[in-house]
Write a protein that binds this ligand. Structure first.
Ligand SMILES: [Zn+2]
Length: 255
């Protein structure tokens, strides 16, 4: 894959900080879910695109526009796979909930409910660890992408969207599909799924709750990856570049 100066951007980690369910005001049947999903996506994406960008975002937006022009001149066609922050949070909840329930069921099945107490001190510890691990979560995005990017750490950047109290990690090079997905899911795998699995065998409620909290924290990442996976391309060459200020990835395809 060509390595052209660009950016990869993770925008909506730690969905657990601000999980909000959007009230749709009407019945959501199976068939209408995708339509509703698109409506919310468009509505909130438009709203988010109106927010004032930080200097770093403006700089990355300009870089993105340059890269986009370069790619289009080379015959690439843009496919916007971004999603709105509110939509991402909603999907984070939808994706993380069944996984968490599954871990709780397996935990109870393996350990029994009798050991189910961690106390107030334990809860405080989970709370503190959660906020520490949120930062580690971003670091893991960065480490994974730094491994894949040609310019390694030079391609990686960290920041915070103040309006949403959402930290993010960016990578300034386009990645291949598996690289993007690996970097996107690695924090949730290492800090959410793995601790929850260990918790089941160790019989630790503390570790289970922490793992579940970080599975919710990575729900936004899962929503982005799901959106990417649902985009099927017949193109020979596809580059995945995060949008410079909206949530999600942009695919550039060339036949
Ligand atoms: Zn993340």
């Amino acid at each position: 894959m060509n390595k052209i100066c660009g950016m990869h951007l993770r925008y909506f980690d730690q969905s657990a900080l601000s999980v909000r369910l959007v009230s749709c005001g009407r019945r959501v049947g199976g068939g209408s879910f995708l339509r509703l999903e698109r409506e919310y996506m468009d509505k909130y994406r438009e709203k988010e695109n109106e927010r004032k960008l930080s200097k770093a975002e403006e700089r990355r937006k300009a870089q993105f526009e340059q890269l986009k022009a370069k790619l289009e001149a080379q015959g690439y066609v843009e496919h916007d796979l971004t999603i709105g922050l509110v939509y991402a949070n909603m999907m984070a909840f939808v994706l993380a909930l069944p996984l968490s329930v599954l871990f709780i069921i397996v935990f109870l099945w393996h350990n029994g409910a009798a050991e189910g107490s961690i106390g107030l001190a334990g809860l405080v510890l989970v709370f503190v660890l959660f906020f520490v691990l949120i930062c580690v979560h971003e670091l893991i995005h960065g480490i994974t992408w730094a491994i894949f990017a040609l310019s390694h750490w030079k391609a990686v950047e960290f920041g915070l969207i103040k309006e949403y109290l959402t930290p993010y990690c960016t990578c300034s090079e386009p990645l291949e599909r598996y690289q993007y997905i690996a970097g996107g899911l690695m924090p949730t795998l290492l800090l959410g799924i793995l601790p929850a699995l260990v918790a089941v065998f160790a019989g630790s409620w503390l570790l289970l709750i922490l793992g579940i909290a970080l599975i919710f924290g990575g729900g936004g990442d899962m929503a982005v990856v799901l959106k990417l996976l649902r985009h099927h391309s017949a193109a020979r060459e596809v580059l995945y570049i995060d949008h410079p200020y909206a949530a999600g990835v942009v695919a550039f395809e060339r036949a």
